[in-house]
Design a protein around this ligand. Structure first.
Ligand code: 18C
Length: 256
């Protein structure tokens, strides 16, 4: 583990230079760090109610409304064997994998490539009757963060997605109502040390995942339908996404 920790210890937080120079950078930095803090708070305090459980997966929500719209925050934890936090975050972040795991997606384009670790996406999602179809325009930023809270863990990886604006893609002009989201996926890798100098294999690796999400539906949506969609779609997403990660990684060399 020390060997591996050393490999990444030299990199503290590693946003790329071109991201730092971008107009959105102060917001990306602030929201990403806030979301990391929020994800690490756990679910002991704050009125979280467990609503779904399956193996190591636990999903919690808080019932909240804003201007009469359901905006229930969600927090989920999962433990996945055989993949690293870096690999899981890479799959969540990269456009090439999205259609492989994002079941609610109808269409996706990359509107702007800010840097190799920061992209702006426009997505349209499947319509749920009787509500209008939704789209989402958001920046997505991925980075490694050195873990000062848990000396036993490998570094943390985070992907943060947050709604933004773009002059070429104004909201609510076509058939879609725009949703507003703040989402983060935080991953920590734990290594069960192999005997002696044996090389680390996938069976020695465990990834702890925390996923947090707040989605404002942006316009009218019946609360009961929306809460039923949450209850069905979030567990489906996390199970599908994590098995997709295992499947993608199993035959590949490990990326710490
Ligand atoms: O985080 C996730 N995905 C990321 C990459 O895509 C990214 C995207 C977030 C999408 C936010 C949700 C957009 C609206 C979805 C509409 C629902 C379609 C369901 C179709 C079912 C056939 O961060 C993983 C996201 C997992 C999403 C789970 C569902 C969330 C539901 C949110 C509902 C919002 C309003 C819907 C209005 C209709 C209400 C009746």
């Amino acid at each position: 583990r020390d060997r591996l920790k050393q490999k990444s210890a030299s990199v503290l937080t590693t946003p790329t230079m071109s991201a730092i120079e971008h107009r959105l950078w102060p917001e990306i930095e602030k929201i990403t760090m806030e979301q990391l803090h929020y994800a690490r708070l756990g679910v002991g305090a704050g009125g979280w109610q467990l609503f779904a459980e399956d193996g190591d997966m636990r999903m919690y929500r808080r019932e909240e409304e804003a201007d009469g719209l359901v905006v229930d925050p969600l927090k989920a934890c999962h433990v996945v064997k055989g993949v690293t936090g870096h690999e899981v975050c890479e799959i969540f972040f990269s456009p090439e994998y999205r259609t492989g795991w994002e079941a609610t997606l109808e269409d996706m384009i990359v509107v702007e490539k800010v840097s190799k670790d920061t992209l702006i996406f426009l997505q349209t999602h499947k319509r749920i009757w009787p509500a209008s179809q939704r789209d989402a325009l958001f920046w997505s930023h991925m980075r490694r963060v050195s873990d000062d809270q848990d000396p036993d863990a490998h570094d943390l990886w985070i992907v943060c997605n947050h709604s933004t604006e773009h002059p070429d893609y104004p909201p609510n002009t076509g058939k879609c109502v725009r949703v507003y989201l703040t989402v983060c996926l935080v991953c920590q890798t734990f290594i069960d040390p192999p005997k002696d100098e044996d090389e680390i294999k996938r069976e020695n690796i465990t990834c702890k995942i925390t996923y947090c999400s707040v989605v404002n539906p942006g316009g009218w949506a019946p609360a009961s339908v929306l809460r039923a969609v949450y209850k069905r779609e979030y567990p489906k997403f996390l199970k599908r996404f994590t098995s997709f990660c295992i499947d993608q990684c199993k035959a590949k060399p490990i990326t710490f």
